[in-house]
Design a protein. Structure first.
Lengths: 292, 294
């Protein structure tokens, strides 16, 4: 028996931007939880924590760090190596891939506002990128609590903060790249090149060369402080190593410009601003032209 | 009411829509035909606000780019190629219902009438469904919503005869409340569904004609076919058309009016087997009675 057609004027409820945002957020999460990339990504971070604990880093003394502080420092340094490229590539692959797979054509033909749709996807991606990283850290804490190891709460809280800020920066940069580059290949190449540039900017040798070639110190410091990886690196060390002796001359220049407290704020605020700004610029670019 | 004025769209040096103008009153059903690259999909994407363009489009006074979400609330869209969505089917249906203010039950009811049991595939990724299942679900998502305009891009390409018949009935049930634009490469596939045919070629309208057709939406035909021997392939195909075998080599059943050209094509492919064919228009009651008695 056939159904009577729905009355064109009688929607059950009036969809709002908030409901469009929430629905898109949930859809993105549901989709990612079925994807292999997400579980591989989560497994990497849990395996990292597991390995650090198994190899007894909580009990070793390396460069003055012991206990969970040592585990935390090692985890943060490894996260910095893995997280940016992983977040960038999975984000741009997913977004640009959806465009090529006809997902945009269909979904953007539904009555969801562009802003609500974009924001829903952005925050879902952010949660998906952040949850395994924080979850793995939480498991290290649980281990520490069971083993009655001292937990460095202040350092831990700050490091989670800068980790979350760095993830936001790279999710935002990924959204920007995927909005501007229209194919998966182009988007992936751009993401990889960006990561390479940031890694090069991280290299103290490169910064040393710039200084040797008489680039003004202020310029070198500016390059360092605009590089989210460098900001993260310094920020992650600053609580454990207040004099930043491990980082060398760039770090001293940082103290001259910001002071310690100023840099702590900068290392949280700058990646957040960079991520939000990149995502917004991506949205402007996406909305302006063809959506497909 | 759809009002398109001087619509142009260009990709690099290629102009896919070329100063196209079209006016369609509310409730009109338009067949959009043309070969590959004629501009059908570009026109659809412009109507859906997915492409920027030169010229103007107004649907009930709304602009697809400026009033996107408000306008899309009135439009049901079935794409030619199903999106490769990894989302579980149930979550996908909930999403469409939620953003369009529709009812999940209504959508699933339409899917069921098309022969798709959503409960059985609720947890399966949409991309893992068969071509026919995807098509049925996309149609259900468009027809299970309160819309005033349907944009259907090759909607019956993957449907079996039974699902096609239901689909035609669902369109007929919408009456004149809903305007439709249906595209196809072949006019004979969709002519019975519409009352106007617009042909595109290289982004321009090259034919704009009205259609008066006895085999319109909602009509049915009683068919009887006699073969000179039993052939397994014919028996299988006849079964797919819903025909029932009786008195040895004879087959009987009912087909949807808009499907009769397609049915004649099927019969023609088995011409060597045939000793008789009868096709006559019937009202719904006689079709049901006849099908039951068969």
């Amino acid at each position: 028996m056939l159904l009577a057609p729905p009355n064109p004027t009688s929607v059950l409820f009036e969809p709002s931007p908030v409901s469009g945002f929430a629905a898109t957020f949930r859809l993105e999460i549901a989709q990612a939880l079925r994807a292999r990339w997400f579980w591989a990504y989560a497994a990497v971070f849990f395996a990292l924590v597991g390995l650090l604990l198994v190899f007894g880093l909580t009990e070793s003394r390396v460069l003055g760090f012991t206990g969970l502080s040592r585990t935390l420092v090692a985890y943060i340094q490894l996260a910095m190596a893995i997280l940016p490229i992983f977040v960038l590539v999975t984000t741009v692959r997913s977004l640009a891939g959806d465009r090529e797979a006809g997902v945009y054509e269909y979904v953007l033909g539904l009555p969801v506002g562009l802003g609500a749709w974009y924001a829903g996807r952005f925050f879902a991606r952010y949660v998906l990128a952040a949850a395994p990283v924080v979850g793995a850290l939480a498991s290290a804490l649980a281990y520490g609590a069971v083993r009655a190891v001292a937990i460095p709460w202040a350092e831990l809280g700050f490091d989670i903060g800068i980790l979350l800020a760095m993830i936001l920066a790279f999710v935002g940069l990924g959204f920007f790249i995927a909005s501007v580059a229209r194919s998966v290949d182009l988007a992936q190449t751009a993401a990889f090149l960006l990561w390479l540039v940031l890694i090069l900017g991280l290299d103290l040798v490169l910064l040393g060369v710039l200084i040797r070639d008489r680039m003004p110190v202020e310029g070198v410091v500016a390059i360092a402080l605009l590089n989210p990886l460098q900001v993260f690196r310094i920020g992650s060390m600053i609580l454990f190593d207040p004099q930043l002796v491990l980082l060398g001359s760039t770090a001293y220049a940082v103290f001259d410009v910001f002071g310690r407290a100023g840099f702590l704020i900068w290392s949280l605020a700058y990646p957040l601003a960079l991520g939000a700004g990149s995502a917004y610029a991506g949205f402007r670019a996406f909305r302006r032209g063809d959506l497909l | 009411m759809i009002l398109i004025k001087e619509l142009s769209k260009q990709f690099g040096a290629t102009r896919v829509l070329d100063h196209l103008s079209l006016e369609a009153p509310s409730g009109q059903r338009i067949a959009l035909v043309g070969s590959n690259g004629a501009g059908k999909t570009s026109l659809f994407r412009s109507l859906l606000g997915e492409y920027s363009y030169h010229g103007s489009i107004s649907i009930d006074g709304l602009d697809p780019r400026r009033d996107r979400a408000r306008l899309l609330r009135m439009i049901g869209f079935v794409p030619q190629i199903a999106p490769r969505l990894e989302t579980p089917t149930g979550a996908f249906i909930r999403y469409v219902a939620e953003v369009s203010g529709a009812s999940v039950e209504e959508i699933e009811g339409v899917a069921k009438s098309l022969g798709l049991d959503v409960a059985a595939v609720r947890n399966r990724a949409f991309v893992r469904l068969s071509g026919g299942m995807k098509q049925k679900l996309l149609i259900a998502l468009a027809l299970g919503r309160p819309t005033g305009l349907l944009i259907l891009d090759e909607p019956t390409a993957n449907l079996d005869p039974a699902a096609r018949a239901v689909f035609y009935d669902l369109l007929a049930a919408r009456g004149r409340h809903t305007a439709m634009i249906i595209s196809s490469h072949r006019i004979d596939e969709i002519a019975p569904l519409v009352d106007r045919v617009v042909e595109l070629d290289r982004g321009r309208i090259v034919l704009d004609d009205t259609v008066t057709d006895a085999g319109a939406l909602g009509s049915s035909f009683l068919v009887e076919v006699e073969t000179n021997r039993v052939e397994a392939s014919f028996a299988r195909a006849a079964g797919e058309w819903g025909l029932t075998q009786f008195e040895g080599h004879r087959w009987r059943g009912a087909i949807a009016g808009p499907d009769r050209l397609r049915f004649l094509g099927f019969v023609a492919r088995h011409a060597g087997l045939l000793s008789g064919v009868e096709l006559r228009e019937a009202d719904r009651e006689s079709v049901n009675a006849d099908t039951l008695s068969a």
